[in-house]
Design a protein around this ligand. Structure first.
Ligand code: FAD
Length: 386
């Protein structure tokens, strides 16, 4: 069991938490405790890029949130909101597309008063994080822990999508993270040697033998503990037992965009009136907490096709999966070595828009509801996720 006091306590070992754990413990002096609600990332399926849909059904590795039903969307059914729950967090279950925000997004943060968060401030850190297989340049790093690779196009339909975009008059780009964000093209991926390169593999595993880093899995943080208004520790549950740990320096909340505000509210930080309704005493009245969540819609254009060259769970598609699986097991190559989406686009919704405000993922199969619609998956076609 962990000691009772650490320099830093990190809540959640996801994309943010694993990077923090590595960087804060690298001097060998800071003592760092990481508390992760999910289990260790032992499933070999996590490593297989093509196994994306598998984790959308998992209760062990996925929080599987759902929205309240919205009347005019999906016929009033709740919308599925997956989130990873293991070492690596959502980077253990995501589609691995390596994409940064548009430069203007970060500059807007800086304009709002967040010094040090503009694109020119952040670019050195993007580069520090990255080893791009194309090599380093003005926009890319070649020494970082996160491996970024090109995709090997495995379906002819991907080329059709890009050609179609060009014929429709849209620009093409060969690097969404370079100077030409706008256009259609192939994405790059956090995949190394045919296996997922999430943050657990790139940041956490290399730091595991540091004696000053302690990682506890299946440890659900219940609330933050305060001294007046300063967070000085956390209370968590593991294997049915309650624990309290204190931080000498900082408590870092990296539980993701759903759970971090939830935990703040459980701890008494949020809109006072709302907290009162749930019997929570207010530590700090902060009305923005737990509000204004923005998530991309993932509206799907689904097209059935007579040609049967995409992926499908049809008898014909399943027949093709056997050699695919063998190829992956033997050489870590083929369709399973790739993300389900390979091509995409960033476009402007109209001429008045300054920077692209639409992202597209082209998927060479009939794929909706994060792959949970098996009826669609068993037919042939393609889909565009917007
Ligand atoms: C299905 C899916 C596909 C995606 N595809 C892409 C993509 O292709 N490209 C891309 O750039 N982004 C993608 N994303 C988004 C990206 O993965 C996330 O934005 C990113 O991983 C979020 O990082 P985070 O550190 O904020 O949270 P997470 O990585 O979600 O980590 C939060 C961690 O905190 C843990 N935790 C939460 N609450 C507690 C608690 N109370 N106590 C202890 N631990 C707790 C969770 O279990 C989790 O491990 C995708 C996301 C999903 C879910």
């Amino acid at each position: 069991m962990p000691e009772l006091i650490y320099d830093y306590i990190i809540v959640g070992a996801g994309s943010a938490g694993c990077v923090l754990a590595n960087r804060l413990s690298e001097d060998g002096k800071n003592t760092v405790l990481v508390l992760e609600a999910g289990p260790e990332d032992k499933s070999s399926m996590i490593k297989i890029p093509g196994a994306f849909a598998y984790f959308m059904f998992s209760r062990k590795y996925n929080w599987r949130y759902e929205t309240e039903p919205v009347n005019d969307i999906r016929g009033g059914k709740p919308i599925f909101c997956p989130r990873g729950k293991t070492l690596g967090g959502s980077s253990a279950v995501n589609a691995m597309v390596y994409i940064r925000g548009h430069e203007s997004d970060y500059d807007h943060w800086r304009e709002l008063g967040n010094e040090g968060w503009g694109f020119s401030d952040l670019l050195p850190f993007f580069k520090k994080a990255e080893t791009n297989e194309r090599g380093g340049d003005e926009y890319h790093g070649d020494q970082g822990p996160l491996y970024v690779s090109d995709t090997v196009n495995s379906y002819p339909l991907n080329d059709c999508f890009i050609k179609g975009a060009e014929q429709a008059g849209y620009p093409l780009t060969n690097d969404f993270n370079g100077p030409n964000f706008e256009g259609a093209g192939y994405y790059q991926f956090t995949i190394k040697d045919g296996q997922r390169c999430g943050v657990s593999r790139s940041y956490l595993k290399p730091a595991l033998d540091r004696p000053n880093l302690n990682i506890q899995c299946e440890a659900l943080v219940q609330r933050l503990i305060f001294d007046e208004k300063k967070a000085e520790g956390v209370a968590y549950t593991k294997a049915g037992q309650d624990f309290v740990v204190k931080a000498r320096k900082e408590v870092l909340l990296s539980g993701g965009s759903f759970n971090s505000p939830h935990l703040l509210m459980l701890s008494g930080i949020g809109e006072s009136e709302e907290l009162k309704q749930h019997g929570i005493s207010t530590i700090h009245d902060l009305p923005g907490v737990g509000k204004n969540l923005q998530e991309h819609v993932d509206a799907c254009v689904l097209v059935k096709s007579k040609k049967k060259d995409g992926f499908s769970l049809s008898p014909r598609g399943l027949g093709r999966m056997l050699p695919d699986t063998l190829r992956y097991l033997m050489f870590k190559k083929g369709n399973l070595a790739n993300s389900i989406t390979q091509a995409g686009a960033f476009l402007k919704s109209n001429d008045g828009v300054q920077v692209p405000d639409i992202q597209m993922h082209f998927v060479p199969l009939l794929f909706d509801d994060c792959g949970r619609d098996a009826r669609l998956l068993s037919q042939h076609g393609y889909s565009l996720h917007v």
